[in-house]
Design a protein around this ligand. Structure first.
Ligand code: CTP
Length: 401
């Protein structure tokens, strides 16, 4: 998303400086080239080594690296190199300097030489943030055209509770992405994704599960986020990590829990992609104690779980889209089309188990996309990330303009 973007991260003297390390890491992960400038105040809290390691670039805090070398760091070159400068955290002191053009440091010289957009994330104690001088200074920065990423409320380093906590690095990155990525196809859309298996408890130590790894659902969540969507990923138990900060992960165990989570979030979503392998049945009763072994044979009374996709299909409003998955072993297209129609879906992804390398636990998949009206498109065997790209491209086409 930020591939090829050149970003200066200015870090000033605030305890929140430690969060700037994660911000730099995220920006680099998104493909940005990052150079870090530390103020003298920042050096009291963090070390240049942290930032040079994360940014893979030298870190500057002064005009000279070494007073005797005669070599100086050119603040103008650095400022003109940047596509954006982010000041995070922005202390009350540096805020005041920026508002008044008090150019008394390398950081300020870089800042005043920039021609690129500036984004600032203030961080200070509650009363400092509420002070009239801070409000006036922030107003001044806004009048310069700078973007202010407002601080959050919460517990502050002083122990006080209030406004002043620097926005989380993920929030700052979202603002940067919004700035550069306004043309992303799913910008402003919120998509619900289900992933992984469900575990249906039998007793305190046993459950009924399935072999779903969650890889397809997670790949979809990442691709949707990459294309600009905010994603709520409701996942059963999996050994996977969601990387993109646009993804909010909700962990559940059972079909009932997945159902509640989905019903809660779907009304505020633009689309839902149901990639989870939800158990169709659950034990009628969960035993309080571990069930002891008994007769040679044993049977368990089971009852149906809620059909989440069907419930969302019933709730679906005109602006919302619903995409499902079908894993079939026979009469594939016929069965998948039937499911799509029964559950009021706008598209169904048919997973074939007939092909080696497709299905549960693999890193590849082979799909056919089916739409109402007998329209379909078959794709070749591909890595799940590439399959996710094909599916998300089709979802983009489904969205109302
Ligand atoms: N699904 C769901 N909730 C369920 C069962 C299925 O949300 N309780 C969703 C799946 O995530 C998938 C689609 O419905 O997107 C189809 O799932 P599948 O299990 O193949 O469909 P079923 O209707 O359960 O049909 P089958 O009789 O083949 O099990």
């Amino acid at each position: 998303m930020l591939h090829g973007k050149k970003i200066i991260v200015g870090v000033t003297g605030s305890i929140a400086a430690y969060k700037a390390a994660y911000l730099v890491r995220l920006l680099v992960q998104y493909g940005a080239e990052v150079k870090v400038v530390l103020t003298k105040g920042a050096l009291e809290f963090v070390t240049p080594l942290t930032f040079s390691t994360l940014s893979k670039n030298p870190v500057h805090s002064d005009f000279t690296e070494n007073k005797d070398s005669g070599v100086w760091v050119n603040h103008v070159d650095m400022a003109l190199w940047a596509d954006m400068m982010i000041v995070a955290p922005l202390s009350a002191n540096t805020l005041s300097k920026m508002a008044h053009g008090q150019c008394d440091s390398f950081f300020m010289a870089v800042y005043m030489s920039t021609r690129c957009p500036i984004m600032v994330a203030p961080a200070m104690d509650h009363d400092m943030f509420m002070h009239g001088a801070t409000a006036e200074n922030l107003q001044k920065l806004k009048s310069f055209g700078h973007t202010v990423v407002a601080p959050n409320e919460g517990e502050l380093a002083s122990g006080l509770i209030g406004k002043g906590r620097m926005a989380e690095p993920e929030q700052i990155v979202l603002c940067v992405r919004d700035y550069f990525g306004g043309k992303q196809p799913l910008h402003g859309k919120h998509v619900l994704v289900t992933a992984g298996p469900t575990y249906e408890s039998i007793d305190p130590v046993r459950f009924i599960g399935n072999h779903s790894s969650g890889k397809m659902g997670f790949a979809l969540a990442e691709e949707l986020a990459r294309q600009g969507a905010r994603v709520t990923l409701v996942t059963g138990p999996v050994q996977l990590r969601a990387i993109d900060p646009m993804i909010t992960r909700v962990d559940v165990q059972s079909a009932d829990q997945m159902n509640s989570a989905c019903l809660q979030v779907f009304p505020i979503c633009d689309a839902a992609v149901m990639a989870a392998a939800v158990a169709d049945y659950k034990p009628q009763q969960i035993a309080d104690q571990k069930i002891k072994k008994g007769e040679q044979t044993w049977s368990l009374a089971m009852t149906k779980t809620p059909d989440i996709a069907a419930a969302l299909g019933k709730m679906k409003q005109a602006h919302q889209r619903l995409v499902g998955f079908a894993l079939e072993t026979e009469h594939e297209v016929e069965h998948a089309t039937g499911k799509m129609e029964r559950k009021n879906m706008d598209m169904i992804v048919l997973n074939s188990l007939q092909h080696e390398g497709a299905g549960f636990g693999t890193d590849t998949n082979k799909i056919t996309l089916i739409w109402p009206g007998n329209k379909m498109e078959e794709f070749g065997l591909k890595p799940k990330s590439a399959v996710a790209h094909d599916i998300v491209t089709a979802i983009v086409d489904l969205m109302p303009s």
